[in-house]
Design a protein. Structure first.
Lengths: 258, 289
């Protein structure tokens, strides 16, 4: 426990130190706020213009969550269907790799062509960014299920679905939730990406406009918001992971039962 | 105690001539691997177990004892020959089978209570009523059984919080909870200390006397075989065959002090000698195939 507190303290101090050094360097070297604003300036801008920024924050968050939710559905369905059979896994994997290695920014113009500028391409970009880690994790989780555990059910005369439901899926949960943490941050990146290129709302768009107006403090305020949101989403999903798939990690803590 | 040479079947204990034997292996062989790496694990084995019998399978390690269990449970198909369970080809929904594996494979995401309850969730007729009864009747039943093996305090614990011996006891409970007609035990007491083991022999014996399931027990422990079984089959070294089949007619309930009586000791020594011989024979012949 003591170690835990110390660890957090150091992490917080490092973050604080980072901003203090940044602030001091800017003052000492007399850096213009058109190049690199001090963190205090960015923070002030953030607070002062929060009422203007708030709808954009909501927009980005909403788009991310919708894209992420769709990504989870798509990811789980594809992951489960290729995870249950080795043949399906081997057959589909190259195509999935091919798809996932396309830089998603290259897809945005196509989406704009199909759906016009706005929220839809952003949602789809978020989806495209985030479903792959889910597919891989679900498929791997299912494919690596210990035959011993399946045998327990097979002996009882369980059918394939019973085995999937009682062994395969629970066994895969830790993989699934670990992938959600990653996927949600990916979805977020996808959203901001699409907003930057092709949208008139959202934090990505705000930053784009700020950049063309040389409103550098606002640009950095946007950056702060993005990193804050990203961390928040990550934290939320790690907490969910801990609650739902705690059995896979509690062994190491060796103390509380979730 | 009369020795009988295989393949003559032993006399059924619960005699009902019209019913098929609980388990019947005829000329069953199992080969693992292919071509050069072929390994004959079980060679043309005949084994007939009548309903209600308690058969112990002993023999040198690697002789195919567990293979016979896997054949009977349907986890493995014979490479040649026939395996019938309850008169029907293995694999179809046959009879209620309970199996305790060598490793207590508890599902790590379920509490002990839930793990033990698992067969009730899968096997008919319990399955249909599972949703209504899993919080009441079934739960009581699980707790009752756990209490019998001294695990009542651990019902709510997760497998990783229990010791190896405790897990094996839970493992046994899981094999028994649905009152199987055929109980397959693969060295279920292996990781236990002597006293717990003897205690569980007693528990298993009384359960068997009460419910009379057909039991096939694989074990290394000759004393255990003598204590529990109504018939002991000795297997040769790989490729396994059954080389001796003797009924054990000590009166029941058997007790631990009985295991020190001359007849019991004599049985032990006889079995020992047979296995010893099987092992040295195998050494002489060297690796086959």
């Amino acid at each position: 426990m003591k170690y835990e507190v110390r660890r957090r303290l150091w992490a917080a101090l490092l973050i604080l130190g980072f901003f203090v050094v940044w602030e001091l360097l800017c003052i000492m070297l007399n850096v213009s706020d058109l190049v690199l604003p001090r963190p205090s300036q960015a923070l002030t801008t953030l607070v002062l213009r929060f009422d203007v920024l708030w709808p954009h924050i909501l927009q980005t968050l909403m788009t991310t969550m919708v894209g992420f939710a769709l990504g989870v559905v798509v990811g789980v369905v594809i992951g489960a269907s290729i995870g249950v059979s080795k043949t399906a896994y081997d057959t589909a994997y190259p195509l999935l790799i091919g798809f996932s290695s396309i830089p998603k920014v290259a897809v945005v113009p196509i989406l704009v062509l199909w759906f016009g500028v706005g929220t839809v391409p952003a949602i789809l970009t978020a989806l495209a960014m985030c479903f792959f880690p889910i597919v891989v994790n679900i498929a791997t989780g299912l494919a690596t299920t210990e035959p011993d555990l399946e045998d327990v059910l097979k002996v009882l005369g369980a059918n394939k679905f019973d085995i999937l439901w009682n062994v395969g899926l629970p066994r895969t949960m830790p993989f699934f939730f670990a992938s959600l943490k990653i996927a949600v941050t990916f979805a977020f990146v996808g959203t901001v990406l699409a907003e930057t290129v092709a949208s008139n709302r959202g934090i990505g768009n705000v930053m784009m406009k700020a950049s063309s107006n040389f409103d550098v403090p606002l640009l950095f305020a946007g950056l702060f918001i993005l990193s804050g949101l990203g961390v928040a989403l990550y934290v939320v999903f790690s907490l969910i992971e801990k609650r739902v798939a705690g059995w896979a990690t509690t062994r190491r803590d060796d103390a509380t039962i979730m | 105690m009369i020795d009988q040479q295989v393949p003559m079947p032993a006399e059924p204990i619960v005699s009902d001539r019209h019913r098929p034997p609980a388990v019947e292996l005829s000329r069953a062989s199992v080969t693992f691997g292919r071509d050069d790496k072929r390994l004959l694990a079980l060679s043309s084995t005949d084994l007939r177990i009548e309903e209600g019998e308690f058969v112990a399978l002993v023999g040198p390690s690697g002789c195919g004892k567990s293979t016979i269990l896997k054949l009977t449970s349907g986890l493995l198909g014979p490479s040649s020959g026939v395996v019938l369970v309850g008169g029907r080809e293995v694999g179809a929904k046959m009879m209620r089978i309970g199996m305790a594996f060598q490793n207590p494979t508890m599902l790590p995401w379920l509490t002990i209570e839930r793990n033990v309850m698992l067969p009730l969730k899968i096997v008919e007729p319990y399955r249909s009523a599972f949703r209504q009864k899993c919080k009441g009747e079934y739960r009581d039943r699980v707790h009752e059984l756990l209490a019998e093996v001294g695990l009542s305090r651990f019902a709510g614990h997760y497998p990783w919080q229990l010791s190896g011996g405790m897990l094996q006891r839970a493992n046994l409970c899981r094999a028994l909870i649905h009152e199987p007609q055929l109980l397959l035990l693969d060295e279920p007491f292996g990781a236990l200390d002597q006293f717990t083991r003897e205690e569980l022999w007693g528990a298993l014996q009384s359960l068997w006397m009460k419910l009379r399931p057909t039991v096939l027990l694989v074990t290394h422990d000759l004393k255990e075989a003598g204590f529990l079984a109504s018939r002991i089959c000795v297997m040769s070294a790989r490729p396994g065959r059954i080389i001796n089949d003797s009924p054990i007619d000590f009166p029941r309930p058997r007790t631990v002090p009985m295991t020190f009586e001359p007849q019991f000791v004599e049985l032990n020594q006889r079995l020992r000698a047979m296995i010893e011989e099987a092992r040295t024979d195998a050494d002489k012949e060297g690796e086959e195939l």
